[in-house]
Design a protein around this ligand. Structure first.
Ligand code: UGA
Ligand code: MN
Length: 336
């Protein structure tokens, strides 16, 4: 009986031991297992996605807040031809205003060298100071128009050509500067004659940069017309749309063509004739350089106006003069 009891007790102990052991094993197994943490992580996940949303919203806001796209900087390719711009200029009330407008256009044009030629027996302090602070690559020259070739007060503007001697002085400097330089006759470059009062689109300079000999394009608001232009058929200039003497060798305004530096160097004598009759100044230079057939049409086959022959009104000084008589004129030390 006692033995039986002993056995039963032993069985109970063994059973108890086994159940405890299984319980322990189960508990240990649970420890190493991943729990379903979704419930616990919810607040953390929600915070991250909320912050992500906020960041996206702020980024969108910043994008919209920018008033314009930053301007695309025209990349300077080291191999691209330099554009030499020759500009005649002379002292008058609007001179600094004209030069400011011009310089601020040129500052946007890569690889541009400005040759500014004063119609004056000496370089003036106004132009010297202006160029020095312009931020442009430049050459400052001067040469006076001889008295007999110069327009006098009251003369109609068309009576004598303007700026001829100054453009020739610019050409002289260009040729001189290149003389003796290795490979001068193959140097890449373009020469453009830009009057100081016209209005120039930046696109014009990229059009002319590829000039091989002489390139041409329309000019707006010139010759008493909306525009003048070379007429292009099958990629060639066949005639000129102009209201006055279309029979001229090159019925083009000064602003309507550019010449390659190579051609300028190769034709040392090509220059502007200060005695040319009205409307023949451009022809006097181009005649020996190129034929109509060789002209290179730009600006989408001469269908786009990228330069305007604007002219600035002469400011009236009646009140200034009246005040000066009373000793109350504007301070002459203030440069205008
Ligand atoms: C037109 C053409 O667009 C000019 O290129 C051309 O030289 C002129 O006719 C002409 O037939 O001689 P327009 O507006 O009548 O131009 O001439 P301006 O703008 O008064 O003068 C042309 C350039 O010469 C300007 O850059 C001007 O500053 C300069 N200029 C003018 C002088 O250097 N000295 C002067 O006495 C007058
Ligand atoms: Mn003009």
């Amino acid at each position: 009986m006692a033995t039986r009891m002993k056995l039963k007790l032993k069985t109970v102990f063994v059973l108890y031991f086994m159940v405890s052991l299984m319980g322990l094993i189960y508990a240990l197994m649970q420890l190493g297992q991943r729990c379903d943490c979704a419930e616990h992580d919810m607040p953390k996940d929600r915070t991250i996605s909320r912050l992500r949303g906020e960041l996206h919203r702020l980024q969108e806001q910043m994008r919209k807040a920018e008033p314009t796209k930053p301007p695309q900087k025209l990349a300077v390719k080291p191999s691209q031809p330099t554009i030499y711009v020759i500009t005649p200029t002379y002292t008058r009330f609007v001179q600094k205003a004209e030069l400011t407008r011009l310089a601020q256009t040129f500052l946007h044009v890569p690889q541009l060298h400005w040759i500014l030629v004063e119609d004056s027996p000496h370089k003036t302090p106004l132009v010297s100071g202006f160029l020095a602070s312009s931020g442009l690559a430049y050459t400052h020259l001067h040469t006076p128009t001889p008295r007999d070739r110069k327009l006098q007060e009251g003369d109609p503007s068309w009576l004598k050509p303007r700026g001829a001697e100054q453009r020739n002085e610019g050409l002289r400097w260009l040729r001189e500067d290149r003389r003796g330089q290795p490979g001068a006759d193959t140097q890449l470059g373009v020469v453009y004659f830009a009057d100081d009062d016209n209005t120039y689109s930046l696109k014009l300079f990229e059009e002319m940069r590829g000039t091989q000999r002489v390139s041409v394009w329309p000019v707006g608001l010139v010759g008493g017309m909306r525009y003048e232009r070379p007429v292009v058929e099958a990629g060639k200039v066949v005639r000129f749309h102009t209201g006055w003497r279309p029979s001229r060798p090159f019925p083009l305004d000064m602003a309507g063509f550019a010449v390659s530096l190579k051609l300028v160097i190769a034709n040392q004598d090509a220059c502007f004739d200060g005695d040319a009759p009205m409307g023949f100044l451009e022809s006097s230079f181009l005649q020996g350089l190129v034929t109509m057939d060789e002209l290179e049409p730009k600006a989408e086959n001469c269908t786009k106006v990228l330069v305007w022959h604007t002219r600035t009104e002469k400011p009236k000084m009646k009140r200034e003069e009246a005040l000066q008589k009373q000793g109350l004129g504007s301070d002459t030390a203030v440069e205008v």
